[in-house]
Ligand binder design. Structure first.
Ligand SMILES: Nc1nc2c(c(=O)[nH]1)N[C@@H](CN(C=O)c1ccc(C(=O)N[C@@H](CCC(=O)O)C(=O)O)cc1)CN2
Length: 287
């Protein structure tokens, strides 16, 4: 068996073209959505991701507000920019690029954001809304994974999803999303304390590998026909991406997301969805 491709690039392009029409409709009503980003430090990966978010904004007609601080910025410096973005009427939604430099209290920064402007779905209020199944921004990578599976017709309803990794942007929140009635999956969250990772993985209809450990998921860990999503981003000595999924998994899985070209582009597309949905919600509230 050779797995079919969960094509994130093509799916993201389709989402962006639909969003461009919705942005045009908002602009016709005098509303211009604007995405703000705060990048702290000079990590090349983070810089590349933020630049990509602004390229996407330009593509669909969303305005861009870019803020940058050096890696030496203090907690107070960062919080001052967060307060500025909270107050800026041109910024309808924003993100703080993660990870923040060592020594910065990330939770305090996220809690200071205006929840109405949370474009990432990572504010405690947004995560609380997800728990309560109320409308609000959804975390971009989990949301992107769900849309990628749906777009390719992979059954989520009733599936056993095994997630590896408990980070804030993926592992912690994806279970909340997938166990809603509308998705209706059963989710097992694995991490470094999981005793028999291979044994748990072999039970999965869908694997989400988000541990950041190169080639952690091996062909023998995967049930034949399962869908496998590779979220891990490590780099080899030439700077090339090495995912969490071993290339041999393609011979066992039914579906696989390439890396690059799978979950990454979907993360970016769903960020734009959050920005447009927030602008549409506030336009509806104004009536
Ligand atoms: N505030 C946030 N910080 C981080 C998030 C997030 O959702 N919100 N997620 C990741 C990084 N990320 C978005 O910020 C992100 C990662 C990867 C991609 C992407 O398009 N990747 C390309 C490959 C790019 C390359 O060659 O390096 C792909 O997969 O095709 C976009 C966004 C952590 N931080």
């Amino acid at each position: 068996m050779t797995a079919q491709i969960l094509d994130g690039k093509a799916t993201a392009a389709a989402i962006k073209s639909e969003l461009a029409a919705r942005v045009a409709a908002l602009k016709a009503r005098g509303i211009t959505p604007g995405l703000g980003t705060l990048l702290v430090g000079d990590d090349p990966g983070s810089r590349w991701y933020v630049a990509g978010k602004h390229r996407d904004c330009a593509e669909v007609g969303i305005a861009s507000i870019q803020r940058e601080l050096p890696g030496t910025a203090t907690q107070d410096d960062i919080e001052a920019v967060v307060r500025e973005l909270n107050a800026d009427p041109a910024c309808t939604g924003y993100i703080v690029q993660l990870p923040l430099p060592k020594g910065i209290d990330t939770n305090r920064v996220l809690e200071l954001m205006d929840p109405a402007k949370d474009a990432d779905g990572l504010h405690p209020m947004s995560l609380g809304r997800l728990v309560l199944n109320e409308p609000g921004p959804l975390p971009c990578t989990p949301y992107g994974i769900v849309e990628l599976l749906r777009h390719h017709g992979v059954e989520i309803n009733g599936a056993h999803v095994v997630v590896v990794g408990r980070g804030i942007t993926v592992g912690r929140s994806i279970g909340l999303l997938l166990t809603r009635k509308s998705e209706n999956a059963t989710v097992t969250l694995c991490h470094t304390g999981t005793r028999d990772l291979s044994g748990v993985l072999r039970q999965a209809d869908i694997v989400v590998a988000a541990a950041g450990v190169p080639h952690l998921v091996k062909p023998e860990d995967v049930k034949p026909g399962a869908a496998v999503l590779d979220v891990g981003v490590s780099r080899d000595e030439n700077g090339k991406i090495v995912g969490d999924v071993h290339p041999g998994v393609t011979e066992v899985a039914g579906w696989i997301s390439p890396n690059p070209g799978g979950v990454g582009p979907m993360t970016r597309a769903q960020l734009l969805v959050n920005v447009v949905e927030a602008a549409e919600r506030s336009a509806a509230d104004a009536h």
